[in-house]
Design a protein. Sequence first.
Length: 301
Amino acid sequence: EQPLTSRVLVNRFWLMVFGEGLVRTPEEFGLQGEHPTHPELLDWLAVDFRENGWNLKRLLTQLLSSRTFRQSSARRLDFPDPENRNWGRGPSFRLDAEVVRDLSLWSSGLLNRKIGGEGFKPYQPSGMWIALSHPNSDTKNYKMDTDDSIYRRSLYMYWKRTSPHPMMSLFDAPSRESSCVQRSRTSTSLQSLALLNETQRLEASRKLAERLIRHAVEDTARIHYLFELLTSRKPKSIEIDALSELLQNSKTRYSKNPSDALKLMGQGLSAVDQKLPTEEVAAWTQVAATMLASDPALLLY
């Protein structure tokens, strides 16, 4: 019967879906917090949620199928609202750290869908735990898993609070040292470097490249398939031209330097498809890595 409970929960799910809550201080609904942008909507959602058995699946369906969510995220020149407090455009924000990793695994076909069980230890730069651990700590030595458990969803990643995985930290995953109500969202050059060079990203890009080559014969068809797979929309002509140019430049590079292609193919533990030409797979790996690191793939909008 306490109305605050349903209001806080509804606001939390609105925050997850739209990037900001109806109350933009989700941790504070009192006098020190912000007033809701649409108090009547918040009240209606809270009452409706409570009267329908606190059904979370129904609530998510309600939000995701709403006209507010389905509208374009493009800024409107006729209605200036930089913070989108009137919800006059759809949400636009970067995916969370775990989703960024899981998206690359899913699109490449590497994702291990096993549910439950012990946490896995993924690829990680050597020496991190030693540098940040007590000399007598029994967790100072990191031993990466070497089976297909390293391709499980990020939900099951082994987490050391004093030394979280660098890719998770780079993309603003909470450290878990204290409660986190709302994640920060940063955009740095280091994120771009990690997306294009981290071992699991390169491995996923290679497997995605192999998937593209098997899917179609023509380069244009492969580009269309790649773009629609990662963005759920058809590419524009300017996007096709940019990816085609990158592909041709990469083919030229690897045909002249086959050793670079072999080095790129050696990233990760997954097997390389020996039936496919190395230089072509390497070129498509660059295209796949670029798309996986692009705004259309990493942003919800």
